[in-house]
Design a protein around this ligand. Structure first.
Ligand SMILES: CC(=O)N[C@H]1[C@@H](O[C@@H]2[C@H](O)[C@H](O)[C@@H](O)[C@H](O)[C@H]2O)O[C@H](CO)[C@@H](O)[C@@H]1O
Ligand SMILES: [Zn+2]
Length: 288
């Protein structure tokens, strides 16, 4: 007989190993520390990524094509930093392949996630929802945050899986999309510009995934005590992310702020906060 599930259960649906730490690392660490079940489903192995450390360049897709298996290890190390023990790949490791950036030939590769049948992939995710019965699901907005095909597809698959299970006892109570309020991001970039010289360049706020008007944000999760865990988890994804204090850069060498407070937009279910106020707990208002 399997152990009873914790009272609070959340499911995060991401495209590649690293997205979870970048978008939700502090949130995941906080809820894991508080005893909630935090389940991460990652849809690809990130096989088409670039490689930051020169000593690992041989793993690249156009060389040994072993980046995917390497990033499995990076993800496991990142989850250890966050205290998350339930992380899975959609359909099993390698079922769906990283599609590469929008418009590249890799988008049309045989196993590319971008070409996956959404209902089939959503059926696989629905099985996870039936197993863990999350009250809360977190994924990207309809643009995947920044238009990456795997992010857009992860959004579509996640939202379809929520629909498929909506009339079942495991129905997800609250669905959130990752976001960053413009004012918070602008302040972060002001700090980065003042700390000049950390990275070869500075990203444009418009390049940061999920930037939205402050008024559209519905939840603010103060990850304060867990910011260090988030930074450590991001560092674990060393092929993709370079971390320097409260800032980081992807393989494009463009610095951006590392935010310990994480923001969300409730798109399905009822807010647990008083009207006009931000939620400070994603589980607010849900039953065990
Ligand atoms: C954060 C994220 O979604 N990373 C993806 C992304 O990686 C970017 C891509 O390689 C781009 O060409 C670089 O300029 C940028 O610096 C990278 O962050 O796309 C990869 C390929 O699909 C993916 O593996 C990676 O996880
Ligand atoms: Zn990604």
């Amino acid at each position: 007989m399997s152990a009873p599930l914790p009272d609070r259960r959340m499911l995060l649906v991401h495209a590649h190993p690293d997205d979870e730490s970048i978008n939700n690392g502090a949130t995941m660490a906080r809820y894991a520390a508080e005893g909630a079940l935090v389940t991460l489903v990652t849809c690809t192995l990130g096989e088409e990524g670039e490689v930051i450390p020169p000593g690992l360049a041989h793993l690249a897709p156009d060389r040994e094509d072993r980046l995917g298996e390497y990033r499995i290890g990076e993800l496991a190390a990142a989850m250890a930093e966050l205290g998350v023990t339930d992380h899975r790949f959609l359909g099993g490791p390698g079922r769906y392949r990283d599609s590469g950036m929008m418009g590249l030939p890799q988008n049309d590769a045989p196993r590319a996630f971008w070409g996956a049948d959404v209902d089939e992939a959503a059926g696989l995710l629905a099985d996870v929802i039936r197993e863990v019965r999350p009250q809360v699901l977190v994924t990207y907005d309809e643009n995947g945050g920044y238009g990456h095909p795997d992010h857009i597809q992860a959004h579509r698959v996640a939202m379809r899986a929520v629909e498929l299970t909506a009339d079942e006892p495991c129905a997800v109570a609250k669905v959130y999309w990752n976001c960053v309020p413009r004012s918070v991001l602008d302040a972060g970039f002001d700090r980065l510009r003042a700390a000049d010289g950390l990275f070869p360049g500075i990203a444009s706020p418009d390049d940061v995934p999920g930037v939205i008007d402050d008024a559209l944000v519905t939840a603010r999760i103060d990850g304060g005590p867990y910011t260090a865990a988030k930074a450590a988890a991001m560092k674990a994804h060393a092929t993709q992310i370079a971390v320097d204090g409260p800032f980081f850069a992807l393989s494009n060498d463009l610095g951006q702020p590392l935010l310990g407070t994480e923001y969300y937009r409730l798109v399905r279910g009822a807010s647990g906060a008083p009207a006009g106020e931000l939620e400070s707990d994603l589980f607010a208002g849900v039953a065990a």
